[in-house]
Design a protein around this ligand. Structure first.
Ligand code: PAF
Length: 277
């Protein structure tokens, strides 16, 4: 595997490749990332991964400085997955000048849910993803369903800019007890780690209730928020949305593909999860 930081060298290495499958990451790779890489391999060749902790997408009180960085062990894992190139640019490579051009997702997608709690987050994600796509020039890009809103926003961005890429969605990888894998799980202290899968169990109960015909989502949601709060969580949201655009559902739309999404704090760690219905 070649580890490349310069955009010019990356383009040199990839010249003539027109089926590149790309997996952008912020590193600290776990089984979830590796499943994205395996999915990428099924859809294109060669596989390119990037590791770049994008300062722009961290709020002033977020964890940019302490975000786990583990380049050496990440390289080992990527080598075992036969990744062709790891693109690991520095901040100077990606932002040689202060970034003055941004991609703003529309308000109805970018400023809801995560966007409401992390102001400007999707503007920064879209901007760096656009830039990474421009560097790698892939045919396929794989994103995990774990960050469902990111997946939907990036997919629509690529469609609206007619980028010649296909966005492939990978299922969420979970620990044996159901906790969705995330680099931030390592912040959980042992007692919180035991409690953490309850976010997923809550989503499962909501899904089961809806599938059994319960249409009173306000009541379902209040019960779920109450249960989580009593267990020590601080929920930011639990919401039911249409999968295609994350809009709220109208009474006649219960037959559409839906997704229930949640974000909640457990101690100092903010966890996200979702479940398609
Ligand atoms: O999901 C992530 O790891 C990041 O948001 C991404 C897509 C690599 C952009 O920095």
């Amino acid at each position: 595997m070649k580890v490349i930081s310069s955009i010019i060298e990356l383009r040199d290495q990839l010249r003539g490749q027109n089926r590149v499958a790309f997996v952008p990451t912020m590193g600290n790779l776990h089984k979830g990332h590796l499943s994205l890489i395996r999915l990428a391999r099924q859809h294109g060749h060669p596989v390119v991964t990037s590791i770049f902790v994008n300062r722009l997408q961290f709020g002033p009180n977020e964890d940019f400085d302490k975000y786990p960085r583990s380049l050496d062990s990440d390289i080992d894992k990527l080598q075992q997955e036969n990744v062709y190139i790891l693109f690991a640019p520095t901040e100077q490579d990606i932002y040689p000048h202060p970034q003055e051009y941004y991609i703003h997702p529309p308000h109805h997608l970018g400023d809801i849910l995560e966007g409401e709690f992390r102001l400007g987050f999707f503007r920064s994600v879209c901007t760096v993803v656009m830039k990474l796509i421009s560097c790698v020039q892939p045919r396929i890009v794989v994103f995990g369903k774990k960050d469902y809103q990111q997946l939907i926003i990036v997919r629509q961005m690529c469609e609206q800019f007619a980028l010649p890429v296909e966005i492939i969605a990978a299922e969420t990888e979970r620990d044996i007890d159901g906790l969705a894998l995330s680099s931030r799980n390592m912040y959980l202290i042992p007692s919180e780690r035991v409690e953490a899968p309850n976010l997923y169990y809550t989503l499962q109960r909501i899904r089961d209730s809806i599938l059994s015909g319960n249409r009173n989502f306000s009541k379902i949601k209040l019960e779920a928020l109450d249960t989580l709060t009593k267990r020590g969580w601080k929920p930011d949201y639990i919401t039911l949305r249409k999968r295609a655009n994350l809009h709220a559902i109208q009474p006649q739309e219960w037959h559409k593909p839906l997704v229930v999404l949640a974000a909640a704090r457990l101690g100092a760690t903010r966890l996200l999860d979702n479940l398609e219905i």
